[in-house]
Every structure is written in structure tokens, then in C-alpha cells.
Design a protein around this ligand. Structure first.
Ligand SMILES: Cc1ncc(C[n+]2csc(CCOP(=O)(O)OP(=O)(O)O)c2C)c(N)n1
Ligand code: SF4
Length: 281
């Protein structure tokens, strides 16, 4: 039997006390436990940032990669061994700035991986600069005269790119977040979960209290793209959480005959002969 304790990493998280990332660690561990997935069958892949330190704190296989480059690594791991549950986890700066094109293409290709973003609307690790989800006009260390850029909307971006599962959670509601993550893990295809997650040290505006007063649980037909897109555009005092969109479509592997359905470990090694070499020359 799998228990939450099995997912407890050997390294204690060094996040600031009350950082929203704790709730996500708990929700991910809880979701995997309740789905009876053993730690040996899970890989957590990250980029760079406070949130991206996650692989050190959870007892699964892990890969702590380059800033914004988590999704190509996660895709390759999944293709090498489709039996693994592959969770890519990182920040809004990581995913919607450095990693934007990987986000777009992973969603478009419907790669069977799960992507969870700790969205604190700031660059936490580099001490509070404006991230791509920071509001227009926000005064930060990098935007002392106000942020001159409109914020990106990760949900409409994912939907437009073709993601087959799009959801939003909140670190102030760990139990609901865990349920969303369970659905994401069970989804066959690219599952994207944006998580409102307070950075208690560098974002004094989108706090737990601020978000708690605005979030509500969505009750919608998750197969209706137009409804999902409409809800994804809500902002201000009404911020929906839950699953916006969840449909079944072919995954990338179904189209690509080169990608094995088996783990690479089970495929006999390719026999390399001199004749093979001649064919290339
Ligand atoms: C290519 C590249 N650009 C910039 C940096 C510097 N850097 C490290 S972490 C970080 C911000 C991380 O912010 P975010 O992804 O939102 O994660 P958080 O720390 O808020 O969890 C930046 C800009 C880097 N390491 N590599
Ligand atoms: S700086 Fe912000 S995001 Fe980073 S650990 Fe502290 S509270 Fe969390």
C-alpha cells in the first residue's frame, strides 16, 4: 500500500514558511497516494526557481533542469518509458517566460505529461521581479515605474494551443487542489494546472486573503471549449478554480510510429553493423 509518508523526500523544503509551494507538495503527494501510484513509477521534472526545487523535496525520481526547459525533458522521459507518471513542475516565470514555446508545443502535441505551475505572479527565487503574470502597472524591483506589459493568461494560452485538460487550483485550498491534480494525472494527454500560489515574501498583494475573497469553484460542462474559454477570461473579483476543460483526443504517441509503446528497457538493443554505417555515407 502506498502512503503519503512514502513520498516524503529526504531533503526538508527550504521554502519560506507559508509559501504556497508547501500546499502543492502536499497536494501532489496526496494525489499520487490516493491513486495508488508508487514513487518508483513517478518522475518530477523541474526548471529553475523556488518552486522548481520540488524534485529535491518529494521522494520520486527527479530531474532538476534548466530554466524553462522542463517540458522537453519531461516529454523525452515519458517517450522513453510510457509507463511512468511524469509531472513537470515549475514557476510562472519559468513556464510563461523562458519556457513559453515549450508550453505551447507540448499542449499542441498533446503529450501525455502533467504540467503544474506555481503561479505567484513574481520571480520568487530572484527576489521579486515582475513575472509574465504580474498585472499591468505593478511596481516591482524590475519595474520601478510600473509594469509596462499586459499579463499573460495561462489558461486561454493553453486552450488556444490545444491542451486537452486545463485547470486552475489555489494553494489556500489543498484538498480541492489535490482533487484537481488527481484528475490531471488520470487524464490521458497534456494536462495543465495553473495554481494561484502566494509568494509570502515578495508578493504582498495577491496574498492568501486576497485570493480567498475572490476564488470560487467552477461548475461547468468540461467538454465545452467555448465555455472553458469564457471562464478562463474571468478576472478581477471573480476568479474561477477547478477543471475548465477535459476532453479525450489522440495523444502524440498515437500519431508517431517511431515512439515505442514500451519502455526502452524492454526493446532489444539496435544492432549496429558496418552496413548501417554505409547507408549513412
Ligand atoms: C535563462 C535564465 N534566465 C534567468 C535566470 C535567473 N532566474 C533564476 S530563477 C528566476 C525566476 C524564477 O521565477 P519563477 O519561475 O516564477 O519561479 P519562483 O521562484 O517564483 O517559484 C530567474 C529569472 C536563469 N537562471 N536562467
Ligand atoms: S521567495 Fe516566495 S516563492 Fe520563494 S520560497 Fe519564499 S515565499 Fe516561496
Amino acid at each position: 500500500m502506498v502512503t503519503v509518508a512514502d513520498y516524503r523526500g529526504r531533503v526538508r523544503p527550504d521554502w519560506c514558511p507559508a509559501c504556497g509551494n508547501f500546499a502543492q507538495l502536499s497536494a501532489i503527494s496526496g494525489a499520487l497516494t490516493e491513486l495508488s501510484i508508487a514513487p518508483k513509477d513517478v518522475v518530477v521534472v523541474s526548471g529553475i526557481g523556488c518552486s522548481s526545487n520540488m524534485p529535491e523535496f518529494i521522494n520520486t525520481y527527479g530531474f532538476h533542469g534548466l530554466h524553462g526547459r522542463l517540458l522537453p525533458v519531461a516529454s523525452a522521459i515519458k517517450w522513453a518509458n510510457p509507463k511512468l507518471t511524469v509531472i513537470a513542475y515549475g514557476g510562472d516565470g519559468d513556464g510563461f517566460f523562458e519556457g513559453t514555446q515549450h508550453f505551447y508545443h507540448s499542449a499542441k502535441r498533446n503529450i501525455n505529461i502533467k504540467y503544474i505551475v506555481s503561479d505567484n505572479q513574481t520571480f520568487g527565487l530572484t527576489t521579486g521581479q515582475a513575472s509574465p503574470t504580474a498585472p499591468l502597472g505593478r511596481v516591482t524591483k524590475s519595474t520601478p515605474f510600473g509594469n509596462p506589459e499586459k499579463p499573460v493568461n495561462p489558461l486561454t494560452f493553453a486552450l488556444s494551443a490545444g491542451a486537452t485538460f486545463v485547470a486552475r487550483g489555489f494553494s489556500g485550498d489543498t484538498i480541492f487542489l489535490k482533487e484537481i491534480i488527481k484528475k490531471a494525472i488520470m487524464h490521458k494527454g497534456f494536462a495543465f494546472v495553473d495554481v494561484f500560489s502566494p509568494c509570502v515574501t515578495y508578493n504582498k498583494i495577491e496574498t492568501y486573503d486576497y485570493l480567498r475573497q475572490r476564488v470560487y469553484k467552477l461548475d461547468t460542462d468540461v467538454t465545452d471549449f467555448d465555455k472553458a474559454y469564457k471562464h478562463a477570461q474571468e478576472e478581477g473579483d471573480r476568479l474561477p478554480t477547478g477543471v475548465f476543460y477535459d476532453v479525450t483526443e489522440k495523444i502524440y504517441d498515437d500519431y508517431d510510429p517511431v515512439i515505442s509503446k514500451e519502455s526502452l528497457n524492454e526493446v532489444p538493443p539496435y544492432k549496429f553493423t558496418e552496413k548501417t554505417l554505409e547507408e549513412f555515407l
